[in-house]
Design a protein around this ligand. Structure first.
Ligand code: SAH
Length: 224
């Protein structure tokens, strides 16, 4: 049975379905895994946007979260989650915790999520928020995501939510053979491609461009 609070989410899911269909010629996907859609629909995006932006929380757009950063567009969050083929036994690395929203969506699909954020204030806020909301299988730490999080590697999936100049070598190394990494790559805002990388069981790497995207840059702590 529907209630009033479900309506914005229903509308958002319909918009995502439309986006998925309209980009299928690029992504090769006409629908998303129903498990991904279900997990997505259980996360209240309004709990991850700044106070006063609740009215826009279920719009299919990125929103500012402070410190010059953004919570990604819901369609892109759903698509990237789908691309790494999450399974209940998986351990996943996210680079770029931001608000913690993407980590919360992953939380419902996999065994454990490790998420690295370079801005301390955002990491602390996301950690507190995820704890308060009961996402007990997500761990957040402050760090430079270019280096991954070696202590918990290898990862069954890696999701990078800021645009890198190139795929960081440490992340390729920390991806388990058989695993997928979704990562936006490109120098300029206008030339980024979301790439899907697959590490085959023999260790060889295959990658392809999924979609043109616009992400904030993955900064390198050593050059800040
Ligand atoms: N996934 C987030 C949105 C990410 S915005 C969400 O669901 O809300 C991109 C985030 O990547 C920003 O918070 C930014 O501070 C962070 N970031 C940028 N460079 C980084 C790096 N080298 N290591 C870790 N995080 C980084």
């Amino acid at each position: 049975m529907n209630n009033i609070r479900d309506l914005p989410m229903e509308r958002l899911l319909e918009e995502i379905r439309t986006d998925v269909r309209e980009t299928a010629y690029l992504t090769g996907r006409t629908t998303l895994d129903p498990r991904v859609v279900d997990a997505f629909s259980r996360v209240s995006r309004h709990a991850f946007v700044p106070d006063g932006m609740g009215a826009s929380a279920y719009d299919n757009h990125p929103l500012p979260i402070g410190h010059g950063q953004t919570i990604s567009q819901p369609y892109i969050v759903a698509l990237m989650t789908d691309l790494i083929c999450p399974r209940p036994e998986h351990v996943v690395l996210e680079v770029g915790t931001g608000s913690g929203y993407q980590a919360a969506v992953l939380s419902g699909l996999v065994h454990r999520v490790y998420s690295v954020e370079i801005i301390q204030a955002l990491a602390e806020q996301a950690r507190a928020r995820l704890g308060r909301l009961g996402y007990g299988n997500v761990e957040v730490r402050v760090g430079n995501g270019h280096l991954g999080w070696p202590e918990h590697a290898p990862y069954d999936g890696i999701l990078v939510t800021a645009a890198a100049e190139d795929v960081p070598a440490a992340l390729l190394e920390q991806l388990r053979p058989g695993g997928y990494m979704a990562i936006p790559v490109g120098l300029s805002h206008f030339a980024q491609q979301l790439k899907l990388i697959h590490k085959h069981l023999d260790g060889s790497i295959e990658d392809h461009n999924v979609l043109p995207v616009v992400f904030v840059p993955l900064v390198d702590a050593t050059t800040q």
